[in-house]
Design a protein around this ligand. Structure first.
Ligand SMILES: Nc1ncnc2c1ncn2[C@@H]1O[C@H](COP(=O)(O)OP(=O)(O)O)[C@@H](O)[C@H]1O
Ligand SMILES: N[C@@H](CCC(=O)OP(=O)(O)O)C(=O)O
Length: 379
């Protein structure tokens, strides 16, 4: 049997069912000469191979600004926000076109998903983004995510795509975040100025010594290793392992999911589910409560099921979709808490109703369950 340490470590990659792959500007942009289309074709082949193994992949790709600069004939990356926005708008087209063409060779559809900080910090938009991405992956489409650079300003942007990659990994409860860059991984000093620097093969995402050795980015990338280490810490919050590896290693993605010791592996402190549940359990603010019948209490406790409206007998409080609510039994004892998929008004209408009636009652259906089991923690 695998030990807990192995499951959380390279074993987590071997067992991964859902992976977020981030490809950075430093790799994509062919030393500043626009998109490296041949290299992109190679990564697409690798992602398609993961897909054939049944692994769901969400791609976070940088490169819009760099591609736009080339199309516009600009030699130097602009610093004015409106020029960056314009370059991103032009370049994002090229990026989408390039991925679409390469994935089509494998009979795979892609979807362009442009997100802003607001989309992920606002609960409602967060849940909407999550439903859309979940639906896309369940349709076997490869979402290609980037920051919506055209509408963000400096104060509200992620800036680097490492952070965005980690938040997407959180959003989808991915098993792993793979950050492909122009270095073999995280070294104990920036290899640009330290030829003696050694690769760190493994570490804990929250180890403060890692942040201390992680420096800034090169001319093309935005965040360097500093944002990659921080991204690993963020990804660990939902239990994902992070690997920082070179996109130039042949078959890097396939080799990683085979468990090969490549790049730097940054592990969460806990096994994936435990960390996620810990995060949920740590959320203090509860906006309302749902009263469950005895049958619902039993399935929640014994089989870790999702909560369906049919097992709910009462609703109290003024909560909105995405808020944390408490689940109590008919005697008022605390049973569980979780993030609810419907607001209080809708939940009142759904009390005791089977999921197949949700659409008829509300006119739409966000999700068949009131609280998805991934967002539920039994107390
Ligand atoms: N400790 C370190 N180990 C490896 N690379 C580092 C380290 N500190 C800083 N770097 C720099 O980080 C760069 C990668 O980050 P970045 O340029 O932002 O790329 P990307 O666009 O792929 O995100 C490397 O080229 C490297 O020079
Ligand atoms: N959103 C930007 C990418 C930001 C960026 O370069 O990030 P990173 O790849 O982390 O260095 C773009 O598409 O140009």
């Amino acid at each position: 049997m695998e030990s807990n340490e192995q499951i959380v470590g390279r074993g987590a990659l071997k067992n991964a069912r859902r992976v977020v792959v981030k490809i950075g500007s430093a790799l994509l942009t062919n030393d500043g000469r626009g998109l490296d289309e041949a290299a992109i074709g190679g990564w697409v082949d690798q992602i398609a191979a993961l897909h054939r193994r049944g692994i769901e992949v969400v791609l976070v790709s940088s490169g819009a600004v760099a591609a736009g600069m080339v199309r516009l004939g600009w030699q130097v990356r602009p610093s004015a926000v409106h020029e960056l926005q314009a370059a991103a708008a032009v370049g994002q087209n090229g990026l989408t076109e390039c991925y679409e063409g390469h994935f089509a060779r494998h009979g795979l559809l892609t979807a362009q998903v442009l997100l802003t900080h607001d989309d992920l910090s606002n609960r409602k938009r967060y849940l909407n983004a999550r439903s859309a991405l979940r639906t896309l992956v369940s349709l076997r489409v490869v979402p290609v995510v980037n920051e919506n650079d055209t509408v963000v300003t400096d104060e509200i942007r992620f800036g680097d795509n490492d952070t965005l990659g980690a938040l997407v990994a959180n959003l989808l409860e991915a098993d792993a975040l793979v950050i492909l860059t122009d270095q073999e991984g995280l070294f104990d000093a920036d290899p640009r100025g330290n030829p003696e620097a050694r690769l760190i093969a493994e570490g804990r995402a929250d180890d403060p010594r890692l942040a201390a050795v992680a420096g800034g980015g090169g001319a093309l990338g935005r965040g360097g290793m500093a944002t990659k280490v921080r991204a690993a810490q963020l990804a660990a919050r939902s239990g994902a392992v992070t690997v920082i590896a070179s996109g130039r290693q042949p078959s890097v993605l396939g080799r990683l999911v085979e468990g090969e010791r490549l790049g730097t592996l940054l592990m969460p402190e806990q096994a994936p589910m435990a960390a996620r549940k810990r995060w949920l359990a740590g959320q203090l603010q509860v906006r309302g409560s749902l009263t469950l019948d005895a049958g619902a209490v039993k399935v929640l406790k014994s089989s870790g099921s999702s909560l369906l409206a049919v097992g709910v007998t009462g609703v109290s409080g003024q909560f909105r979709r995405g808020d944390m609510v408490l689940c109590v039994d008919e005697q008022g004892h605390r049973v569980a808490k979780g993030l609810v998929n419907y607001g209080a008004d809708e939940a009142h209408l759904l009390v005791g109703k089977p999921s197949h009636q949700i659409e008829a009652i509300l006119g739409y259906m966000e999700s068949p369950e009131l609280i998805h089991r991934d967002n539920l923690v039994v107390l």
